[in-house]
Design a protein around this ligand. Structure first.
Ligand SMILES: *Cc1c(COP(=O)(O)O)cnc(C)c1O
Length: 431
């Protein structure tokens, strides 16, 4: 079985995510046979450095021996059990650890199985919280250029036109306030002022503000200063509005700290975690919230008061075992500390992009780096050209439009970083 045969079988039966399928008339599909560390290997023995952690999830590389063993062991014990009325050791242990790792005051874990669903949980929970307290607050606020997933509710609070525009008539009510325009403190303060204006304009209507702390992932890897989060926390508290920190991408060390909120010294009312949670092994997501929110639903049995949201695979035992193994690795290998060194090395490698004629900005936040290109028309599809160049040279880069970015597994070595970044450099200077 070679690449082409496998690709043809695929194209006969599969409709791929985030893809114009007609592109595959000229763009070969890459069937992957196996993965090890930062490498993916196709059916013809070609290797690719996974510079995007397979859509930002695979933080400890592919086929990590330690996580593999944990999942295998769990497989022979308990693969899954309904989480309503029942529980299991992996989910209990994981929840205890998440409560102790996340910012002080987040004490309750509610599980789902992907980032979008967990965002839906926070929207419903926040709306319902206010309702239980006798307030009708059907409006959500988010930042311009934000991304929170693609189910209807999550899409509604996002602001990436590409995903949202078509479905506009189907969406729930949300308004956007400007994201800080760059990583400066001045920009953070300006955006905080706009946020307060927004809160003032809609008194008693807003349930929650939802943000991606520090980095807007799908929104072109746009980055901003933690001061904005500190100010947003103060404003939310002052106006009785919930703060939802969507750390689906930022969580688990990506921004340089275990959770991005730590850099602002804040506790949100909800933190949403997924992607890195299971080390990129299995679908799992979780919302952590406060005693205050939890208590608003806790009472003698009455219809309409309890939070009746559920997913079949809530708190799946295999996924929780992978998540516990992932947290073990953070502890035993001192990952946050080591990432500091790795991101310094990445920073030094980025310098050479700065003077290039077609580079508008180079930015970095922890283990995410982005190079924003300029001077290309959308129809040129420059991102696609960089993608194809990368594949030809053994690196999986997947630019967001004209933004080339790196979000590698944390285990990447200096030599592998050299190949990853030098390949992107060659692509950018040669295309
Ligand atoms: C990926 C992502 C989501 C959606 O998660 P899925 O598991 O893809 O549904 C939500 N918010 C942020 C910030 C994300 O990066």
């Amino acid at each position: 079985m070679n690449n082409e045969m496998m690709a043809n079988r695929d194209l006969d039966v599969i409709w791929h995510p985030c893809t114009q399928m007609k592109d595959h008339e000229f763009l070969p599909m890459i069937p992957i046979k196996k993965g090890k560390g930062v490498y993916l290997e196709d059916f013809e023995g070609n290797n690719y450095i996974d510079a995007i952690s397979s859509w930002w999830v695979n933080i400890f590389g592919h086929s990590n021996t330690y996580i593999n063993d944990a999942v295998k062991k769990q497989l022979d014990t308990l693969e899954h059990v309904i989480l309503a009325g029942f529980t299991h050791e992996q989910v209990v242990r994981l929840s205890e650890r998440l409560v102790s790792l996340t910012p002080e005051g987040l004490t309750r874990c509610f599980y789902a199985d992907n980032g979008s669903s967990a965002v839906e949980v926070t929207l419903k929970m926040s709306y319902h919280f206010h309702k239980n307290q006798g307030r009708e607050r059907p409006l959500f606020v988010s930042l311009s250029n934000s991304y929170h997933g693609e189910t209807i509710g999550a899409l509604s609070v996002g602001d990436v036109e590409l995903y949202k525009e078509t479905y506009e008539p189907l969406l729930i009510r949300s308004i956007q306030t400007p994201v800080p325009k760059d990583q400066s403190e001045t920009a953070a303060l300006e955006a905080a002022e706009a946020l307060e204006e927004c809160f003032k304009t809609h008194p008693d209507e807003i349930a929650a503000l939802i943000v991606e702390p520090l980095i807007q992932g799908a929104g072109s890897m746009h980055m901003y200063h933690p001061l904005f989060l500190t100010k947003a926390r103060e404003l939310c508290t002052a106006y009785g509005i919930h703060l939802i920190a969507d750390e689906v991408m930022a969580g688990f060390g990506r921004t340089g700290t275990m959770f991005a909120c730590e850099q602002a010294g804040i506790t949100p009312d909800y933190i949403v975690l997924s992607k890195g949670l299971t080390g990129g092994y299995l679908p799992l997501s979780v919302v952590l919230t406060t005693d205050e929110v939890y208590s608003a639903f806790y009472c003698d049995y009455k219809l309409q008061k309890a939070f009746l949201h559920s997913h079949s695979y809530t708190g799946n035992a295999l996924a929780c075992a992978a998540a516990n193994a992932t947290l073990d690795l953070f502890e035993s290998e001192n990952i946050i500390e080591r990432n500091r060194e790795t991101s310094k090395y990445i920073a030094s490698k980025l310098e050479k992009f700065r003077g290039l004629a077609n580079v508008k900005e180079v930015r970095q936040c922890g283990m995410v780096a982005a190079i924003e290109l300029e001077g290309y028309d959308a129809s040129e599809r420059i991102g696609l050209k960089v993608y194809e160049y990368g594949l030809k040279h053994g690196v999986l880069l997947r630019p967001l439009g004209h933004i080339v970015y790196f979000m590698p597994p944390y285990i990447i070595t200096k030599e592998e970083i050299d190949v990853m970044i030098d390949t992107a450099y060659a692509a950018i200077t040669q295309i």
